[in-house]
Write a protein that binds this ligand. Sequence first.
Ligand SMILES: [Zn+2]
Ligand SMILES: [Zn+2]
Length: 411
Amino acid sequence: MTKPARDAAQKPADHYLDDIQAAGALPFILVHLACLGAIWTGVYWQDVALAVGLYGLRMFGITGGYHRYFSHRAYKTSRWFQFILAFIAQTSAQRGILWWAAKHRHHHRYSDTPADVHSPAQRGFWYAHMGWIFTARHDTTDLAAVPDLAKFPELRFLDRFHYLPAFILAVAVWFAAGWSGLVVGFFWSTVATYHGTFCINSLAHVYGRRRYLTGDDSRNNWWFALLTMGEGWHNNHHAYQSAACQGFRWWEIDTTYYILKALSWVGITWDLHRPPAAVVRGEQRLGKAIIEKAASQLVATFHVEQIAARLQATLADTPSLADVKAELQHKLENARAQAEAMLASLHMPELHMPSLPDLHMPTMPTLPTRDELKDRAAAMFVRTPSMDDIVDRARQLLIEAVCARLAVAAA
Ligand SMILES: [Zn+2]
Ligand SMILES: [Zn+2]
């Protein structure tokens, strides 16, 4: 599978790394340093068992709470259990419920585009993993993104005092299990939960397989799914975000979903949303936004400048195209839209004539035919019933881009 070339020069020229606030990262660093306390407290099997239990509890709070319930409303529950979920999620010390959900909804809206909150493809692995959390620009919560959550005063309270649940848990662990329990049971599992969660933003957009065309870099990764209680089926999730399950096939282990299902048997959760069978089989036609993204990715693999330069040279040097050139220049002067329509109907068969002048280009770029575009799309993307739509849109975008260059040259 060919990944579209991402030229560093195409990346936004903002100074996002300058935005990282050292003071904001301090509590995070201290939690990591606290883990070293085990040198003095010792490590006992009871503390390790406590750490594993607290990791499982809090990872469920994140996947079943922060993510599937609060960010995606993938199932329903009562108001009291909603509060319990938010409290458990916030014992992970990953900031408030409103902040988390707002940032996550933003991620899905702009996945792997320059506007994405945390995209490894845009700003590097470590920024996506944890750097973004400490930036001033991501410090605030866009309440307009979470009106369905912000209407609950108890959730606003938790969000305001976002470290309170983690502090209460730490104190309770200290009372119950002493210093070694606090260091190993609480701090070790807090750090493990941090990086398990952060991997969803970083690793799950880099390593693994893509089953569905989602217009972003989300991947399915089985071992990561085991570690994160189902979140490793991230490509599935990006393909159908409102599902309570992220493992779409029976063999895709999704512990969070099993817990949610068990809770539904005793009436605590209900209306667990499942993906339609056509989505699971990859037979659902894609939405306009994904088609647009995929078409743009396909176009990005062509050298528009070189195609335009070659086209321009061909029109100038080939006598048989003199009429075409005159007409094209006339149309370029009058209207870019008309020129686009004309180029679209030309199909430029003359560009493949052996008598064309050698432009000393490493590749001999020409306006690709529809079949050429289709072949490249098939190599780049996983199977989708919308492949023809992507190819047609890509051809349209490519022609527009070439016309824009020609118009500039003709001016
Ligand atoms: Zn994602
Ligand atoms: Zn999500």
